[in-house]
Design a protein around this ligand. Structure first.
Ligand SMILES: [Zn+2]
Ligand SMILES: [Zn+2]
Length: 430
């Protein structure tokens, strides 16, 4: 059969487009059963039925069309739009996921060079942007569930592929959330399994750096997740409490203001350990984080989260103070100052929150800008010192790498900026 021509529609195909716009999935199914209906027919603008369904935000119809073999990567549209682009524009995360699962190419661009993620961002559909930016196909992970070369064993036991893929796809990068995800998968609560998973993640990180279109965002995400898995691994090896002590460490607030400094240091440390110091993304992260004193904004989590998911954490919506999940609506009934996504998260947080809860109820304390900003205490001076060394260490590493490669020093890292430029967060400088 010849390739569909734009605007060359049979009566049944025209009816199909009308039904997609205004009818129900049942009618679409009946029309698809008719022989003369081509699943990838094109209207005058080069839009397929799938594009129409995505644009109209009809998830059930998209599913049906995909089941009938709709081409998810058709790009005959007059401005080069794909079904994924229409999905992103519709703002429907379910449809965006359907397209991604069906193999939609995320790098395809429209006639003015914009990707689906960029188009969705342009119209403010940030949840779709996050989904697209964090997409990683299950097939790519399953490659590691087959023995490669002369290996007798695969790097990743097949039973771990599902649980690990779930972690890779998370758009909430809060370390507490990731540890909770590990904890709820019995197959992962095992040092041997975690070791294998973290190794595969490091390999994926390397692959993302060395592939033709380097994907630094995904590389950093893989590296970060690998760090969290390694942390879980060492906790399991040293403690008998199935990761509870790790959760407590990540949540424990410091005495002065309740700021979770272990978590902050952990995330900074993960970033610092990123093995490719010539990466632009790493340099950006360091520039944003290094000048910030521990306890001030932006936190390492906010910076990392924004870089990897495109979401401005804590700007809109209510986030669970324990696990960072969006849409938390269970307020601490005593202080009303913190919200949780669940009772489990509230219980997890209570051991440390109870020290702050009382002062958060005090109207005088509440009148202060943010409870986090306090005078620097003597016992924190080592943390500040460490932060100052953070950038310097990276500079040295980068220079070594560049010197080894015989190149010239990187401009950014040869001029370490300690100014707080570009950091709108309040500071405690005198
Ligand atoms: Zn939570
Ligand atoms: Zn409270």
């Amino acid at each position: 059969m010849a390739a569909p021509q734009k605007g060359d529609l049979s009566a049944a195909e025209r009816k199909l487009l009308q039904v997609i716009a205004a009818g129900d999935a049942q009618e679409v199914a009946q029309l698809l059963a008719i022989n003369e209906v081509r699943i990838n027919c094109l209207d005058e603008n080069g839009m397929t039925p799938l594009m129409h369904a995505a644009y109209k935000g009809k998830a059930d119809m998209c599913r049906l069309l995909l089941q009938h073999g709709a081409d998810v990567n058709c790009n005959q549209h007059e401005y080069g739009y794909t079904a994924l682009m229409f999905a992103g524009l519709s703002g429907k995360t379910e449809i965006t996921s359907l397209m991604l699962d069906a193999g939609a190419e995320i790098d395809q661009v429209n006639s003015v060079g914009r990707t689906a993620a960029q188009m969705a961002a342009f119209v403010g559909q940030h949840d779709c942007v996050t989904l697209i930016n964090n997409f990683f196909s299950r097939a790519r992970l399953e490659y590691y569930t087959r023995p490669q070369g002369t290996d007798a064993e695969p790097l990743l036991p097949p039973r771990l592929a599902g649980p690990l893929h779930k972690i890779i796809m998370t758009t909430n990068l809060n370390p507490v959330k990731i540890v909770l995800l590990v904890k709820e998968e019995p197959a992962l609560v095992d040092p041997c399994a975690l070791l294998k998973c973290s190794r595969v993640m490091e390999l994926l990180c390397e692959q993302c750096v060395h592939q033709q279109d380097m994907n630094e965002v995904l590389a950093m995400k893989m590296h970060y997740l690998s760090c969290v898995l390694q942390k879980c691994l060492s906790c399991l090896q040293n403690r008998e409490d199935r990761l509870d002590s790790l959760l407590r460490s990540l949540l424990k607030g410091r005495d002065s203001d309740g700021f979770p400094q272990y978590q902050e240091k952990f995330i900074r440390d993960c970033i610092r350990k990123f093995p490719y110091c010539e990466s632009n993304l790493l340099q950006e992260l360091v520039r944003s984080i290094a000048p910030v004193q521990i306890g001030n904004d932006p936190t390492a989590f906010a910076v990392l989260s924004q870089a990897l998911t495109g979401q401005m954490a804590f700007v809109e919506g209510d986030y669970c103070v324990t696990c960072g999940e969006k849409g938390a609506d269970k307020r601490c009934s005593l202080c009303k100052a913190v919200v949780y996504c669940s009772l489990v998260c509230q219980k997890l947080h209570w051991f440390t929150h109870k020290k702050m809860c009382g002062s958060m109820q005090d109207p005088e304390t509440k009148a202060q800008d943010t409870p986090r900003l306090k005078e620097l205490k003597d016992d924190e001076s080592d943390l500040v010192f460490e932060t100052a060394n953070f950038l310097q260490e990276l500079c040295m590493r980068a220079e070594e790498t560049v010197a080894a490669a015989g190149g010239c020093p990187l401009e950014m890292l040869s001029r370490p900026s300690t100014s707080a430029q570009g950091h709108p967060g309040p500071r405690t400088d005198p």
